[in-house]
Design a protein around this ligand. Structure first.
Ligand code: HEC
Ligand SMILES: [Cu+2]
Length: 373
């Protein structure tokens, strides 16, 4: 590429400004995230050790090669030794160099083995959480106290923590507590990954994978799904709030009260008005269904069918409820009956039957959902 002199100058200036404007990309640290548990601290140390070794080897090799290139260059009269393979150095250097490399490798075995052992070791858990990946959200079931947190992407816009990093409901954990995670998935492979506090492990439908941690610092930690799980893979970030044990107990009590109130509201054989069902339905639809069927109900055919004008959304209520509650095996359409309560299903189905120009005109009440399950 030929550039005029002043375009070169301009490029250099722009480059210089970027190089000096550290704050602009301060959040892109050069290293791994700061660890907040013993296990991740060991992983971090192992990374530092290997990186340091690699750095020193690079320096030694580079200096050596540079020295050879300069010292034995042709213009200084150097000539290639045609007999090197016959003398002792020539013969044994091929053995010596791999031995040195092996020695360096072996020096890493101790620490690497210790860390790996720790990864596979499961302490007595004081708290067990089942972490379930689904297209495209995370569900956290606290097996000790029945609390459930469903965590959806909140912002598509960049906010102070970055683009696609925020969720509506944070995953809350107590500090200084032995925590066991049980990883699984409902549809395809996902991987729950929060590098500051735990190792990464695949979530596989039908299998349970166990990891554990003990977070030593309170704070908010970020992560994301680390296994390509389809179109919305980028839309399932993770936010973990690690708080004091006292605050955690209070949180559990408050969460349980909320869940009980929601269950009471949903299961009461109350009859809801169209306005109420449509308003709730729209909110729930956007959160749970729009990733595939789109906000405007047009879907993304042929994979994700349109609900606007769909024969099912405009046909018999029973069939519509059946698809939503039981899903369609072998497709991305999940069995939502397991994830949504009667009121929520009723609201979403009512919404689908009466939004975007759909004119089924009928209402679906929680009682209908209850008997359709
Ligand atoms: C991960 C993608 C995905 C999500 C999220 C999703 N669906 Fe589906 N949905 C599908 C697919 C794929 C089909 C087609 C299944 C088939 O082949 O019969 C489908 C089919 C349907 C149908 C039948 C439509 C027709 O005309 O065949 C309805 C109704 C429906 N979904 C409702 C919902 C509701 C309600 C939600 C939210 C609670 C939802 N879907 C969330 C993927 C999704
Ligand atoms: Cu995923």
């Amino acid at each position: 590429m030929h550039l005029k002199r002043d375009s070169k100058l301009r490029l250099a200036t722009i480059g210089g400004v970027f190089a000096l404007s550290n704050p602009a990309y301060a959040e892109y640290g050069l290293n791994l995230v700061e660890p907040a548990s013993e296990l991740t601290a060991n992983v971090f140390d192992l990374h530092m050790l290997t990186t340091k070794l690699a750095f020193y080897i690079t320096v030694v090799v580079t200096v050596f090669v540079a020295f050879i290139l300069v010292r034995y260059r042709r213009s200084s009269g150097a000539e290639a030794d045609q007999e090197m393979h016959t003398n002792k150095f020539g013969v044994y250097s091929w053995l010596l160099v791999p031995l040195i490399v092996l020695g360096i490798d072996l020096s890493l075995v101790g620490p690497a083995n210790d860390t790996l052992k720790q990864v596979e070791q499961h302490v007595d858990a004081e708290l067990t959480v089942k972490v379930t990946g689904s297209q495209w959200k995370w569900t956290y079931d606290y097996l000790d106290n029945g609390v459930r947190v469903v965590s959806n992407l909140q912002e598509h816009e960049a906010d102070e923590v970055g683009y696609l990093r925020s969720v509506d409901n944070h995953f809350v954990l107590p500090v200084d507590t032995n925590i066991r995670f049980l990883h699984t998935a409902t549809d395809v492979l996902h991987a729950w990954w929060v590098p500051a506090i735990a190792i990464k492990k695949d979530s596989i439908p039908g299998y349970i994978h166990e990891t554990s941690t003990r977070v030593t610092k309170e704070g908010t930690y970020y992560g994301q799904c680390a296994e390509n799980c389809g179109k919305g893979h980028a839309y399932m970030p993770i936010v973990v709030d690690v708080i004091s044990k006292e605050k955690f107990s209070e949180w559990v009590v408050a969460r349980t009260a909320d869940a009980n109130a929601a269950a009471a509201e949903a299961s009461a054989d109350k009859v809801w008005s169209k306005e109420d069902l449509m308003a709730r339905g729209e909110e729930l639809y956007v959160k749970n269904c729009a990733a595939c069927h789109q906000v405007n109900g047009a879907g993304l055919p042929p994979v994700f069918p349109a609900l606007k004008g769909s024969a099912i959304a405009l046909g018999a209520v029973a069939e519509h409820l059946d698809v939503v509650i039981k899903g369609k095996a072998g497709t991305a359409m999940a069995a939502w009956g397991a994830q949504l309560n009667d009121l929520e299903v009723a609201a979403i189905v009512t919404y689908e039957r009466n939004a975007w120009g759909n004119d089924a005109g009928d209402l679906v009440q929680p009682a209908d959902v209850k008997s359709a399950r």
